[in-house]
Design a protein around this ligand. Sequence first.
Ligand SMILES: *Cc1c(COP(=O)(O)O)cnc(C)c1O
Length: 423
Amino acid sequence: MSAATETQAGPSSRIVDLLDVERVRRDFPILHRTVRENRKLVYLDNAATTQKPQQVIDRIVRYYTEENSNVHRGVHYLSEVATAAYENARTTVKRFIGARDEKEIVFTRGTTEAINLVAQTWGRKNVGAGDEVLITAIEHHSNIVPWQMLCDEKGARLRVAPVNDAGEVLIDEFQKLLTSRTKLVAFGHASNALGTINPIRKMITLAHAASAVVLIDGAQGVPHLRVDVRELDCDFYAFSSHKIYGPTGVGVLYGKEAILDAMPPWQGGGDMILSVSFEKTTYNALPYKFEAGTPNIAGVIGMATAIDYMDSIGIERIAAHEQNLLHYATKRLLEIDGLRIIGTAAEKACVISFVLEGVHPHDIGTILDEQGIAIRTGHHCAQPLMMRFNVPATGRASFAMYNTRDEADALVAGLEKVIEVFR
Ligand SMILES: *Cc1c(COP(=O)(O)O)cnc(C)c1O
């Protein structure tokens, strides 16, 4: 390394106070319960869903105890309180991802629903026969199937940018697949199955150069990375509350105002209309046009509390802690004889997929579970990706801000036991 790069690395590497993991853990009551035969819980399935801090649980209880009412309807006191909390949550989300306006924040049931919304409104209007939708080989089923359905319906073609053996998207190939036929490009911020963090800024720029609209599946972005949708310049960004320490059944679709405005509504019903007659219905303004029916009010409010919680810790501090764990756990796991990590991208979130020679991933999961260690085994909603790596399934340990090096050690010790049983 030259002296110049050395000095460059010095001052530019941000100093972040370490996250106080024991203090964080005290906020998560479930982490203190035991499982199975009085085993200490080691929860390493955070890419599937994260645990909830007491602050989020309390907020939801407070909502139902003191504020429950329908939103945007009543003139009565409780309805005003509930509506204010619900709309304040929109402001919290706007700030969290750097959107320009609350109108650009649509509440959905989660990432899956957000992507389906775009496929069935923007997609149906703008994608026709002979057009193409481009995704990548490491997408979650939620970012594959809605586009397949759209392409089938319209006679359009789904193209897939390949990845290298490390699980990184081949940017040259990605670029080659961008043509004048490409109407929409959709890819994950980070992969739930391998951890790969995509160079999304670059990919967005390339897609825009081909005049395509870009959707980011941010389900694994917002938990681990600072997101600024205006800086990224993506057209859509989707994520789920339950992967950022909030409740299940709620999520967000961000869309640029002009694009959302030009989109037809999706579901019809209450709240998405201004006036209804049997002859003609006038649709409500953004974002309500896309929020038909009574929303998950408690969920939305709980999600905002989860965002406040993450902000109180600091996303940079969370990211630094998780990167630290990633390096430690990777090093420890590679000490295990016959263990192979699937997904070795240079930029990774704290997700480690692995296979163990001679042991089926399902058996790994079962034996770890007997020891109180929760990992995910299977195809991780990414079957085409498993095929790409020629494995039927993997074991996956995914870490969050409350995980510790001791837990990484427990995973390694647990895997040593698996080996004892099977070899
Ligand atoms: C979890 C996940 C989804 C789906 O999220 P839901 O909350 O189940 O709708 C989509 N993409 C990625 C990358 C995920 O991790």
